[in-house]
Design a protein around this ligand. Structure first.
Ligand code: NDP
Ligand code: 8X3
Length: 252
């Protein structure tokens, strides 16, 4: 029987690359995201390799999340790995210039959405127990503050602490939990953050060497396939060409 990976945000970036990585290794896939046509394309690409179930899903809709998970039929009715990847940043400008709606969207997606999916999938993971994993996609922004990080970074700090607290409660169940915290990676992330500014996205990534979606997919696959007795609590990954800056100091 194939192991099953449930991946949110599989229509782009890390999620799509992760679907491809698990397919390469023969895992059955439950793939979700809001853009159905993207999911259909990915299913068409992968379905000769492995069983693929797709579902248009907004993770903010708790009832829809639960209905999807509870309605899964064989071979998708077991879940070995949950990749809580769906998420976004909005509004890279300073906090005082940001619309409240953008803050709400980040909280609703990155916090409430991730919690919705975790709550719905956890019973399936517990049915199997040993060797299963919840892999939450956090960010360096959850650990390190930077200008324009405001609510985005705070949502990823939630992801980190939620992951650690889950570890405490699940320690005797065999379900592992990891917070994977990438730094700069070229995906559609900046296009979304800037509300469609392709030039800004190209400028950010084009003059350095960012991580790729495949780099992160490889780390997710590595964490998920470690021997049962190993739990990576948090994995922070930056491109070699990214590091920290000095403190900002306001001067007269
Ligand atoms: P992309 O924009 O390429 O992918 C984001 C994915 O999230 C898409 O598949 C999108 O699907 C999905 N998504 C967004 N909102 C929702 C929603 N409400 N319901 C369901 N799915 C949703 O960006 P990345 O691949 O880079 O981002 C993936 C994760 O990685 C995010 O959590 C992000 O915060 C995190 N991250 C990204 C970094 C980077 O530099 N790229 C670094 C660190 C963390 P759709 O629009 O079809 O719903
Ligand atoms: C995305 C990476 O550095 O823009 O989480 O916060 S960063």
């Amino acid at each position: 029987m194939s192991k099953v990976a449930f991946i949110t945000g599989a229509t782009s970036g890390f999620g799509r690359a992760t679907a491809r990585r698990f397919a390469e290794a023969g895992w059955a896939l439950v793939l979700s995201g809001r853009r159905l046509e993207r999911l259909e394309e990915l299913k068409a690409e992968l379905q000769d390799q492995v069983p693929v179930h797709i579902a248009a899903l907004d993770v903010r809709d708790a009832a829809a999340v639960k209905a999807l998970v509870d309605g899964l039929q064989a071979p998708f009715d077991r879940i070995d790995v949950l990749v809580n990847n769906a998420g976004l940043a909005l509004a890279p400008e300073a906090a005082q210039k940001v619309a409240l709606e953008d803050w709400h969207t980040m909280i609703d997606t990155n916090v409430t959405g991730l919690v919705n999916v975790t709550h719905a999938v956890l019973p399936k993971l517990l049915e199997i127990g040993k060797g299963t994993s919840i892999i939450n996609i956090g960010s360096v922004a959850g650990e390190w503050p930077y200008p324009g990080g405001h609510v985005y970074g705070a949502t990823k700090a939630f992801v980190k602490q939620f992951s650690f607290n889950l570890r405490c409660d699940l320690v005797s169940t065999g379900v592992r939990v990891t917070d994977i915290a990438p730094g700069m990676a070229e995906t559609e992330f900046t296009l979304v953050r800037t509300k469609g500014n392709q030039a800004a996205s190209d400028a950010l990534y084009g003059t350095t060497t960012p991580l790729t979606a495949e780099d992160i997919a490889e780390q997710i696959f590595y964490v998920a396939t470690l021997p049962d007795h190993i739990n990576i609590n948090r994995l922070e990954i930056m491109p070699s060409r990214q590091a920290w800056s000095p403190f900002a100091i306001d001067r007269d």
